[in-house]
Design a protein around this ligand. Structure first.
Ligand code: AHR
Length: 514
């Protein structure tokens, strides 16, 4: 019976129109809706390569136009994205970071050698005050990663007191001496980063015990009850999630997981960030789509321990990780960002949207000049990457109501392998506007799509945008900064509540309706 309904559904979903397959996307008006947590659009800024220094912070005396030391062009571009939350200071760096080195007069701050990332010497001129001011400028929630690997409970609790307290304690006096009278607001705290690896090489049993210890003191020393995030698994390692949750679930609000897309053969051969062929286009997309099974794997464990879904899953590091740009410092993880990567971003965001009852935050790695960045900088030139444009086109989904849809689409085939050619999200925001975003992964074929929206009472299209390019490895360089940029999308019409679209190959489309 199941098989029969699948065949009937497939037949209904792909109909032949004007000689071309047309995909029918059905709105499931009776299915429960959910909220797309805006924190899924979170960002990550680590002291790594040129993310903080050069990318965000150039210092007040720099010739690069800046606002009190922050790069003006970068801050303005990031403001436009409506970033909900920013994770800092790492990454692996977080478990080597001692926050007291990054406060007080800049000329007196000690230097730190960034041992994980190229051995670069940093002058600590970007510290706690600079981070919280950045969050205030961007209007986003700060998310701190506390040092468990080489730090102490005392170091963490003093940091929390310094940031959040308004009582007359030595840490508050110190903050005031350093020029900040009022406490800052801190909602999110991560307890350790990759504690199974660069953050201390721990077993899950050992980490879980440490987690309980740190997490208990967290609440005692923070003026606000912070949302405590346990360090989660390395990609598919569900045993880590199981042990840490079994031992620590009463003392956590969230647990993380990290998953990076490697288009090449593996960590030793990740594949180039540009100048690749269709095999790496296809495998990049395919490995990106695996985020769905990865989430399901961890959610199954979480459901067993926390059936009421109180605890959130935070994918607080994700994105494509390629070989570094030729000529760059390998430890600085500087890579280019192509049309393929834009599709990895759009399809991954669609996956997160479908898991909103568990996935409450995600932080793409990283915001500037590192891995799948929003922005690349070189001297005074700034480039907005194709991934930046996806985040900008998708921002209408932030905090919107997710509307379940179902469809069946042709596969995009490569060699003996295949993946679905389409990925999409439909949502309704608080102003009663609908956003429909759709990605066509097929690099050669158009796709006709029809969505009967009668049940939603949509009347007209307000705007349409498209991100596409001639080649899947097109990117924005410092010489040609806008080769891949959004344009107006004209191939959409809404008649009698039915939306019809023609989606070009290798493209991402957003249609806004009311
Ligand atoms: O994002 C780069 C690195 O990837 C982070 O520092 C670490 O947490 C992960 O391995």
């Amino acid at each position: 019976m199941k098989k029969l309904s699948f065949i009937v559904f497939t037949f209904l979903s792909i109909v032949i129109a004007q000689g071309q397959n047309k995909v029918i996307i059905n709105v499931d008006a009776s299915a429960p809706t959910s909220k797309i947590h805006k924190e899924i659009y979170g960002q990550f800024a680590e002291h790594l390569g040129r993310c903080i220094y050069d990318g965000i912070w150039v210092g007040k005396d720099s010739e690069i136009p800046n606002i009190n030391g922050y790069r003006k062009d970068v801050v303005e571009a990031l403001k436009a994205l409506n970033i909900p939350v920013l994770r800092w200071p790492g990454g692996c760096f977080a478990d080597t970071y001692h926050w007291k080195d990054g406060i007080g007069p800049k000329e007196q701050r000690p230097k730190i050698k960034n041992v994980f990332w190229g051995g670069t010497m940093e002058d600590n001129s970007f510290g706690t005050h600079e981070f919280f001011e950045l969050c205030e400028m961007l209007g986003c929630e700060p998310y701190l990663s506390a040092n468990v690997g080489s730090g102490s409970v005392k170091e963490m609790t003093e940091w929390l007191e310094y940031i959040t307290s308004s009582e007359d304690t030595p840490m508050v006096q110190l903050r005031k001496e350093n020029g900040r009278e009022d406490p800052w607001h801190l909602k999110y705290i991560g307890i350790g980063n990759e504690s199974w690896g660069c953050g201390g090489d721990m077993t899950p049993e050992y980490y879980a015990d440490l987690y309980r210890q740190y997490s208990g003191y967290c609440r005692l020393y923070s003026a606000e009850n912070p949302y405590r995030i346990a360090c989660g698994a390395n990609a598919w390692d569900a045993r880590w999630t199981d042990v840490v949750m079994s031992k620590g679930h009463r003392m956590m609000e969230g647990i993380s997981v990290h998953y990076y897309t490697i288009a090449g053969k593996g960590w030793g051969d990740k594949g180039p960030g540009r100048d690749f062929e269709e095999n790496l286009y296809f495998s990049g997309l395919k490995k990106g789509l695996m985020m769905d099974s990865l989430i399901k794997k961890h959610v199954a464990v979480m459901d067993k321990i926390d059936p009421k879904k109180r605890i959130g899953l935070l994918v607080d590091e994700w994105g494509i990780w390629t070989d570094p740009e030729v000529g760059s410092i390998p430890g600085h993880l500087f890579q280019q960002n192509t049309m393929r990567d834009a599709l990895i971003a759009s399809t991954t965001l669609d996956i997160f949207h479908r898991h909103t009852n568990r996935v409450v935050m995600a932080n793409i790695a990283q915001v500037v000049n590192v891995l799948q960045a929003m922005i690349l900088t070189k001297d005074d030139v700034m480039v907005l990457t194709p991934t930046y444009h996806v985040f900008n086109m998708y921002k209408g989904h932030q905090d919107a109501e997710f509307i379940p849809i179902s469809f069946n689409c042709p596969s995009y085939k490569f060699g003996d392998d295949e993946i679905p050619s389409l990925s999409c999200t439909l949502s309704k925001n608080k102003d009663n506007k609908f956003n429909f975003t759709i990605s066509n992964l097929n690099p050669k074929d158009n796709q006709l799509v029809e969505i009967p929206l009668n049940s939603l009472n949509t009347k007209k299209i307000i705007s349409g945008n498209i991100l596409t390019s001639e080649k899947f490895n097109d990117y924005n360089s410092f010489e040609k900064t806008d080769l891949v940029k959004p344009g107006i999308f004209k191939d959409a019409n809404l008649k009698k509540g039915v939306l019809n679209l023609k989606i070009p190959p290798m493209s991402i489309v957003n249609v806004e309706m009311e």
